[in-house]
Ligand binder design. Structure first.
Ligand code: ZN
Length: 73
């Protein structure tokens, strides 16, 4: 009887472990989609750059401070 109880406990624990691993994998996929970088086009030369590297001036997007200066008045 005791061996059977231990086997049941091991089975239940392994099930819980697999479910947690599966959930972690699913949430990783979700966050990967959210953190995917947004690509923006430079208002001066039209080059595509990730949002994190973009320079914003007067509501426009530029690839570099040099191109931002080209549009300054
Ligand atoms: Zn540019």
């Amino acid at each position: 009887m005791a061996i059977r109880l231990v086997l049941i406990i091991i089975f239940v624990l392994s099930c819980v472990f697999l479910i947690q691993k599966y959930k972690a994998m699913r949430s990783q996929k979700k966050t990967r989609n959210i953190t995917e970088p947004k690509i923006l086009a430079c208002a001066d030369c039209g080059v595509y750059i990730p949002e994190s590297e973009a320079i914003r001036r007067n509501g426009r997007i530029y690839c570099s401070s040099g191109h931002a200066k080209n549009h300054e008045v």
